[in-house]
Design a protein around this ligand. Structure first.
Ligand code: DCP
Ligand code: CA
Length: 670
């Protein structure tokens, strides 16, 4: 990639973008058209984990099996027609040399440790899948990505630049075990200011709405690792690049560096999508798999989206998408573009109509949510045939407790970093039921405490009657709090030994409804327990995609466990979306009303609308304050005698040797 291009002959031309747009880029604001979001998705993730662990050559076909099903297929096996739909036996028929690696398992009666076992596939009755090895790799990958992004942050070789870009970082959201979103905007701002000094804010108060100078280039050179979405009839490659194109070029460079670091350090390939928002970035990352990145520039958005069915867009894969299809007689984005906002409003409530109108035009203001901490952990097992006794169930509760405890240890429970406050048992016969307890703050959490609590919960379920045969059982912990919380629980949190034991005897079961919740939407879920059947449709976005239910929720074992109830198509499983749920309970219809916030695209219960609007208001004020603080800092005179430092990484810059070409390099989008 090179930026060494002659200045435009028309020196007076101005960019479409303003100083304000650039400042909003600095803040990672969702309101700037210069925003840059990446979605990075590991290729054939579990299969690559096994390839790395076993040292399998990259051209050897390999699939990961769970019992007789395939759950991940590497790219060397795909030309043989091997997909997740096949059984292990069918895969072997199509490709006799394929390596079929079974996932690690816990085994009944063999303690709480998982292991890779040669005979697991024959032992569905006694074994339970462990995803620990994949979670561990996922953590390493995330860390490597963060380290690389860190390298792109401010350098302090040039004081003037340092003052302008100090503290700016990318935010990273773990969307599932093998996917992340990265908001690159603040990092790109740093790079732009380094490479294009004319963009640096001047010490004089400038008109924020004045246009930026035009980029000093008539063409951008894209590296071979980036696939550009072509423009179709909506755009023209001959138009000179503006700053949004330059932003994407810099973003592509950073994303490539991140992917390269993951390859160099850990030997994993991944694919990426880069665009102005999460929705477009996610669609982009799937376009050129494996091991390539796809860039959806602003000028390509309309053509790109026009080729999709809107039901492929996140949040439109379910009931809302079906309704829209029925109302307008089409699934195509291109057809829906002809429907006016008024026509959408005639069929849908105002906020859903506005959201839909925007989303098919590529407008998505969802923020990258940097919370990377896990919000709940679940360990589950489905039984074929069903189990029929407390004794059998307890053996599994032992394994669940060990599984969850191992993950809590990884999460820092021994160092008092965080601990869950609630434990839940889910139980399925003909009906699904769940029971919760608060985890007593006075007790140190260990395997036996989790087991005791789980056993008590199971006894409650059994006491309610009709507990057998049981086809699925699972245990989860949730509502994590920080170990340093300044609340009353802290003393209990740190208790150990006899003191803790004596307190543990005072544990009494409580109904789910009485457990304090963190968020009103959590309260809504708790009506789960009251027992009257009702299907509750959770509109798109109602559950935060970043809610970070730990990845075991997304295993095939759990998919299989749910008898197709509330399953998402595979494309959505990986994105960390939680499935719509069957709620049993009498729900006030007011609770069912949702509105989609036009500012952040989140679906919010009607009764929280006011609170949500207040939150945006407060956030706007905060951004405004910070901008003012920055302006004050920037208006301080910089040291004019300081020599300009060179780009420490020597990337790009304006001294490259590439020959300029008119227009942008094209790559076909299939
Ligand atoms: N997974 C699973 N069962 C499914 C779908 C996925 O256990 N039904 C697991 C195995 C996958 C991992 O989740 O490796 C990530 O899922 P993806 O949908 O991202 O698929 P892959 O990473 O395997 O392949 P791709 O290269 O298409 O992303
Ligand atoms: Ca993947």
């Amino acid at each position: 990639m090179s930026f060494d291009l002659p200045a435009s002959p028309d020196a007076v031309r101005r960019s479409h973008y303003t100083h304000r747009h650039l400042q909003l880029l600095r803040h990672g604001s969702t309101a700037t058209p210069l925003r840059a979001i990446a979605h990075v998705d590991l290729d054939a993730f579990y299969a690559q984990c096994e390839m790395v662990r076993l040292g399998t050559p990259r051209d050897t076909p390999l699939a990961v099996r769970q019992w007789d099903s395939l759950i991940a297929v590497n790219y060397a096996a795909r030309p043989f027609g091997i997909t997740r739909m096949l059984s292990a036996t069918e895969a072997r028929e199509k490709c006799p040399d394929i390596v079929l690696q079974h996932v690690a398992t816990f085994r009944e009666g063999e303690g709480g440790k998982w292991a890779y076992r040669d005979d697991s596939f024959r032992n569905i009755k006694t074994d339970k899948v462990s995803l620990d090895p994949y979670r561990a790799e996922s953590r390493k990958i995330l860390k490597t990505m963060k380290d690389e992004l860190e390298r792109w942050c401010t350098d302090d070789s040039e004081p003037e630049l340092y003052a302008l870009t100090q503290g700016l970082t990318a935010s990273l959201e773990k969307a599932s075990i093998d996917e992340v979103f990265i908001d690159l905007s603040p990092l790109i701002y740093c790079v732009l200011l380094r490479r294009y000094p004319e963009l640096r804010p001047s010490p004089q108060e400038e008109n924020k709405d004045a246009a930026l100078p035009f980029p000093p280039t008539t063409a951008l050179m894209w590296g071979p690792e980036s696939c550009l979405i072509e423009l179709g009839e909506h755009g023209n490659e001959e138009d000179d690049p503006d700053w949004d194109d330059v932003v994407m070029l810099v973003g592509a460079e950073i994303v490539h560096a991140v992917r390269n670091a993951v390859w160099e350090k850990l030997h994993y390939t991944c694919s990426a999508g880069l665009s102005r928002n999460k929705m477009l970035a996610k669609l982009g990352s799937a376009c050129n798999k494996p091991n390539l990145q796809t860039v959806v520039r602003n000028r390509a958005v309309q053509h790109f989206l026009g080729g999709y069915k809107f039901t492929q867009i996140r949040m439109l894969g379910g009931k809302l998408g079906d309704q829209v299809t029925a109302f307008f007689g089409t699934e195509k984005v291109s057809d829906l573009l002809n429907v006016s906002l008024e026509q959408l409003r005639a069929k849908l409530d105002d906020s859903t109509a506005s959201w839909l109108y925007g989303i098919i035009r590529g407008d998505d203001r969802t923020e990258v949510n940097p919370r990377t901490q896990i919000k709940s952990m679940l360990s589950a097992k489905s039984f074929r045939p069903s189990i029929n006794s407390m004794e059998q169930a307890e053996k599994w509760l032992h394994i669940f407790a060990a599984d969850i405890y191992g993950r809590l240890v990884e999460d820092g429970i021994l160092e008092n970093r965080r601990r869950p406050r609630v434990i839940t048992l889910h139980h399925r016969t003909v009906q699904s039921r769940s029971r919760q307890f608060p985890i007593p703050a006075a007790n140190a959490i260990d395997e036996s405490l989790l087991f005791d609590l789980a056993k008590n919960l199971l006894r409650q379920v059994v006491g309610d009657g009709q507990a057998w045969p049981c086809s699925n059982l699972s245990l989860s912990v949730s509502s994590f709090e920080d170990g340093v919380a300044k609340n009353k629980a802290i003393e209990g949190f740190l208790l150990r030994g006899e003191q803790a034991k004596s307190l543990s005897h005072s544990i009494r079961p409580r109904d789910a409804e009485s457990i304090p919740s963190e968020h009103p939407s959590d309260k809504r879920r708790k009506v789960d327990d009251s027992g009257i059947k009702r299907f509750f449709f959770q509109p798109p976005n109602a559950i935060d995609p970043a809610s970070n239910v730990e990845d075991s929720d997304l295993t095939s074992e759990n998919f299989a466990a749910s008898d197709n109830e509330g399953l998402q198509p595979p494309s959505e499983q990986g994105s960390g979306l939680v499935t719509p749920e069957i709620f049993e309970g009498q729900i006030d219809s007011a609770e069912l009303m949702q509105f989609i916030c036009p500012r952040c695209s989140k679906s919010i219960p009607e009764y929280e609308r006011e609170e949500h609007n207040d939150w945006h208001f407060a956030k706007d004020l905060d951004i405004q304050d910070r901008q003012e603080a920055v302006t004050t800092q920037q208006s301080r005179p910089a040291n004019p005698t300081t020599p300009r430092g060179s780009n420490t990484r020597g990337r790009g810059g304006r001294g490259g040797k590439s020959k300029p070409e008119k227009g942008q390099m094209r790559l076909a989008f299939q």
